[in-house]
Design a protein around this ligand. Structure first.
Ligand code: GTP
Length: 392
């Protein structure tokens, strides 16, 4: 369905975050680009009520980006848009979080997921209308690049409501399923549950984001991409609370009578892998896949429905992985060029500063001379006065 782009956009809450997130350790290429332009990512969180969506976002960005929900939950789905500017070691990330308050406690769940689908399409629509403008110098991209879908840690088959909603989401967003509150399950149960979820998704024809592994990458990157890809659906634990472990370490986690679950410990849960995937390993792929595949498909269908005929055969036939690879090469070439320009700008700035310093050195010398001459004159006058007085 085509949405009304004139519908009022949800209010944006802007925040500035200074705490450590971890994206300044991005691969050099992405970092260089980011230093110049800053980069931007839109993440939507979806799932039943109370599964820890807001808590996970706060954990992910190590700041209270999402306010805690009031005890009395609203009966309608009110989508919240939070924009956070995160700056770390000179790298700027504009993060948009689309928090969708939980569903599942409604009589008619269609009413709760329709606004979510509409919100995703409105963002496509906003991008399309920018593309149609004559001057398109700076496109404002608010499209959802990743949708984290929270699954209740039941250990059983996926619920009908999850299947229904994910079916509606998977061809509009990069779907990243996560097992919520994984600390409530044993590690063996988590492993079994992951397999069950993957087979349920496959059976229902639901496509999730496939983190690609590029064989021409260096060994470390391949291992990292492989670990991320094998951990999906990520078993996550959210907490911004710092607890002291038995050995006295201070960690973010959840304390239980029998011990601690550490959020940032990959042996305890997949939180670190999820964060790594979003802001490091697959940031570019998430953005590229959204732009080149999900958006393009929506755009073709929408334009065709509006009677705009265009040649889509080439797009439909081309292999998305191949397109991503091509895009990557072009991107690398762009970065190399950008680096050259940055070096030149840097050189010019250094030269300008040197010139300024020389200039102020000359001015300083002239001022010094002026003061010294003045003092010399005063000295001569005093001597003359003294001579006159002693002569009397
Ligand atoms: P809605 O806004 O209703 O959709 O809720 P939500 O999904 O945003 O959940 P929220 O983050 O408000 O968390 C609900 C409750 O679950 C809070 O009491 C959290 O402390 C708790 N919680 C969040 N994450 C975890 C987790 O990983 N493990 C456990 N055990 N509890 C969690």
């Amino acid at each position: 369905t085509v949405q009304d782009s004139s519908a009022p956009a949800p209010p944006i809450i802007r925040k500035k975050i200074t705490s450590h997130v971890g994206f300044s350790s991005l691969p050099n290429q992405v970092r260089r680009k980011s230093v110049k332009e800053g980069f931007q990512l839109t993440v939507m969180v979806v799932g039943e009520s109370g599964l820890g969506k807001s808590t996970l976002i706060n954990t992910l960005f190590n700041s209270p980006v999402c306010a805690p929900r009031a005890a009395e939950r609203p009966r309608t789905v009110a989508i919240e848009n939070i924009e956070a500017d995160i700056e770390e070691n000179g790298v700027r990330l504009r993060l948009n979080v689309v928090d969708t308050p939980g569903f599942g406690d409604f009589v008619n769940n269609e009413d709760s997921w329709n606004p979510i689908i509409q919100n995703i399409e409105q963002r496509f629509e906003a991008y399309l209308s920018q593309e149609n403008q004559i001057r398109r110098t700076r496109m404002h991209d608010t499209r959802v690049h990743a949708c984290i879908y929270f699954i209740q840690p039941t250990g059983q088959s996926l619920k009908e409501i999850d299947i229904e909603l994910m079916r509606r989401l998977h061809d509009r967003v990069n779907l990243i399923p996560v097992i919520a509150k994984a600390d409530t399950m044993s590690q063996d149960d988590v492993a079994d549950f992951k397999e069950r979820i993957l087979s349920d998704l496959e059976f229902n024809g639901i496509q999730i984001f496939q983190a690609p592994v590029y064989e021409d990458d260096d060994e470390e990157s391949i291992a990292e991409a492989d670990a991320v890809s094998r951990a999906i659906p990520f078993a996550v634990v959210g907490s911004t609370r710092v607890v002291r472990t038995a050995s006295g370490r201070l960690v973010r986690g959840r304390a239980y009578p029998w011990g601690f679950v550490e959020v940032d410990n990959p042996e305890h849960c997949d939180f670190v892998l999820l964060r790594q995937m979003l802001v490091r390993t697959n940031l570019e792929e998430l953005r590229a896949y959204t732009n080149q595949f999900l958006y393009e498909r929506w755009r073709s269908v929408t334009l065709l429905a509006r009677g705009v005929v265009q040649d889509e055969s080439a797009f439909m036939e081309s292999d998305p992985t191949e397109r991503l690879r091509e895009e990557r090469l072009i991107h690398e070439a762009k970065l190399a060029k950008m680096e050259g320009v940055m070096k030149q700008v840097f050189q010019e700035k250094v030269e300008m500063q040197e010139k300024k310093l020389k200039q102020s050195e000359v001015e300083l010398y002239a001022r010094h001379k002026e003061i010294k001459d003045g003092l010399d004159r005063q000295w001569a006058q005093l001597i003359e006065k003294k001579n006159r007085l002693t002569g009397l």
